[in-house]
Design a protein. Structure first.
Length: 54
């Protein structure tokens, strides 16, 4: 078995963790796939969590 065939047998990280979430972007805005929008959403989520903990 060569390296390419061996690599094909290795599961991806997502597969090892049970697959991709099916409802991850279910309620997300259409622009959620843009990196800047995701970064902004994460920033707001972290800020909200921080405010709630204080």
């Amino acid at each position: 078995m060569d390296k390419i065939q061996e690599y094909d047998l290795i599961a991806t990280l997502a597969q090892r963790r049970g697959g991709h979430p099916t409802n991850l972007l279910q309620d997300a805005a259409p622009s959620a796939s843009l990196r800047e929008n995701r970064k902004q959403a994460i920033l707001e989520h972290i800020q909200n969590r921080h405010q709630k903990s204080n």
